[in-house]
Each structure stands twice: as C-alpha cells, then as structure tokens.
Design a protein around this ligand. Structure first.
Ligand SMILES: [Fe+2]
Length: 252
C-alpha cells in the first residue's frame, strides 16, 4: 500500500492518529506514507531537538514506513547531513531506518510502481526579505520588520537557499528519467510546473528555475498522476495533477 498526503509542517498529531488514519492498522513496514514536502520534522538549528527526536522515533515505531520529499520549510543544513543510502533504486537520506527523505531527481520502484521525486520550492512568505545574522544592521532591520508585521526569514535559521533546486539536481533528475524512458507511474513534488502555478494562482506565484524545470518534466515525461503540496489546498488540476494538503489518499 502507498498513501500520500500534503504538507505537515511538524504537525503530526491529528493527521497520523488512529482515529483519522485507521488504515494504518492493516499496514506493515512494506507499506508507505509519502508526504509531499514541508515535512518540518527537521527544523531545529544545530541538532535534533527533544521534540523532533520524539516524533522521528514515534514514526519509526509506526506500522508503516514514512517517506517525504523536501519542501521549502526544512532545515537543509541538517537534512543534508543525514547519511545518504540507496533505497528501492534511488537515493534517500536516512533519518531513521523507516523514516526516509526521498531525494531530488530520483526514480524509486515501490510496490511495483515507479515514482519520480523532486522536492523544493521558492518560499512565498518572504516579502520582507531574508536577513543575515552577520549583517551589522541585523537587529535594526529585524526590529523594523517585526514592527511592520512584515514576513521575513533569517538565513540558516528559518530559510535556506537550498530550498530551490540547483542545476546538478535537475540534471540528475533528467538522467534518471532517461534511464526509465521518461515513463513513471507517479510524480511527487513540492511545487508544480510554471503553467500549473498560473492555473492555481494567476500571477500571484512567480515562476522560477524549479517551476520551469517541472514544466519540462510535465511536457516530456509520461506519468499517470502527479501529486504536489506547497499551495496548502486540495484541488485537482484537470485529471492528472493533484494538489494535496490534509487529505490522505491511497494511490497503490
Ligand atoms: Fe507548506
């Protein structure tokens, strides 16, 4: 079995409890739940906080295996420091033996299904800018932004440039898709293609190198369904692309 859900932002209690997700009673470690980014379980600066350790261990103790692609709200300094392992044909960061980050540009073969994964996205909640702690005016700028209720983030504390894919990751994705004749069952990402973004929000969301890359994927890859999170809603875009948030959908 494979279930899929949207952004969790470290708020795991309701979505994964027995009342809301009773299907887990029938699941084993060979069954999977995949989160479409903004997992949020690796966020604290420096090391696993007590709360993070609790939840990562809690997921390890569940009946199923927990998988996630990265979103834009992850601590990439820490996420990228977990050991990289080969798993079901692609690369993962192993947070726990059964809590795995599906890395960008990989094709996994799970439950006889091929899944292309590509996390990352541009943050929308940074209209006030990105602050640097070593900026001599840091305190002054922060105070002003706080006073004006502006949305801002701080580099390496609440924002990481790795939120957006780099050329190497995009190339790896193209190479891995080529090996699979550009044909998969599912695509799982955090953001979506530039043209799908327009359908979702008109000019509200700006295209970037990652949404443009996903446009290439959309136009060149054969797939059955594409699931993504990021925009915090549950919507079907035509018959193949599905924006998912709190829902838990069985896809296999
Ligand atoms: Fe999110």
């Amino acid at each position: 079995m494979i279930y899929i859900t949207g952004d969790t932002h470290a708020d795991f209690k309701r979505r994964f409890n027995m009342d809301n997700f009773p299907e887990q009673m029938e699941m084993t470690k060979d069954d999977y739940v995949i989160i479409c980014g903004d997992f949020g379980g690796v966020w604290n600066v420096g090391q696993e906080s007590k709360n993070e350790k609790h939840w990562l261990d809690w997921f390890e103790e569940r009946s199923y295996t927990l998988l996630f692609v990265d979103g834009n709200h992850e601590n990439f300094d820490r996420l990228n420091s977990y050991p990289v392992k080969e798993w079901h044909g692609g690369k993962v960061h192993e947070l726990r033996p059964h809590v795995l980050h599906l890395m960008r540009g990989q094709v996994f073969e799970i439950d006889e299904k091929k899944i292309f994964t590509f996390g990352g996205a541009s943050s929308h909640d940074v209209t006030g800018g990105i602050l640097e702690t070593d900026d001599p005016d840091f305190k002054l700028k922060k105070k002003r932004l706080d006073k004006e209720y502006e949305l801002y983030r701080i580099n390496h504390l609440s924002w990481w440039e790795q939120e957006l894919a780099n050329e190497e990751e995009m190339e790896e994705g193209r190479n891995n898709l080529r090996k699979h004749d550009y044909t998969v069952d599912f695509i799982i990402t955090h953001c979506c293609s530039s043209s799908t973004q327009v359908l979702l929000g008109g000019t509200m969301y700006k295209p970037d190198r990652e949404t443009d890359y996903l446009e290439f994927i959309k136009n060149n890859v054969n797939y059955k369904k594409w699931f993504f999170g990021h925009y915090h809603d549950n919507r079907n875009i035509f018959d193949k692309e599905i924006l998912i948030y709190e829902q838990m959908i069985r896809i296999s």
